[in-house]
Ligand binder design. Sequence first.
Ligand code: BTN
Length: 243
Amino acid sequence: MIPPIHLLDEIDSTNAEARRRAEGGDASSQWIVARRQSAGRGRRGREWNSDTGNLFATLLTLTNKPAAEAAQITFVAALAVADLLDAFATPGAVSIKWPNDVMLDGVKSCGILIESGTQASGALWLAVGIGVNLAHAPEGTERPATSLAAHLRSDIAYPPAIDDAATVLAETFAVWQARWESLGFQPILDAWTARTRGLDGPCVARLGHETVEGTAEGVAPDGALRLRTADGALRLISAGDVF
Ligand code: BTN
């Protein structure tokens, strides 16, 4: 079943709103979607450009899984966004970059930021925040960015409206989440690996304030990136460390 979608004209941040609801005791799964954010949050404490035309959505969901297992939802989110973009983009354009950047022709088009906490009941809440560049890409960012509008299939004139994109995302997310819940992580990791580029070559992982460079050597069974650093050491970098 697809959680209800609450579409707002403007909010500070859909992740912040999800956190307020979770901390206020709201225990129902729901999507919070905004046409515009006044204080969109990105990874590493950055601002997320949130002008009208792009999708800003957060799934608030509760789980009884231990935190390390619950963090696998980041791979579910990447697959859901990849399916959303696939429905509108030129064939073959969509790929994933570890752990959850969804790319169009190799350029970042989406960002995912997951926040979490514990309710008084002991249940873990997850706020899976997803920003998709539908209509435009921000300029002047540290890494180049693109938008779906620049990669549309030839028979599609415009990127989808926010409410349509949110509905498709909620549907694709529900499919992958149900697979994860019923079959476990392995099929998720397999599907994610098949769509992910750059798991076997030069790689820079940015973890909060630390940057680790090396050569990627695939992923561990829990999705952690195996990164061989210049001194020959093998580091396992958990997707949860990329915040
Ligand atoms: C990144 O830096 O790559 C992650 C960006 C995540 C942005 C989304 S937009 C919807 C949700 N609300 C926020 O404030 N941030 C996330």
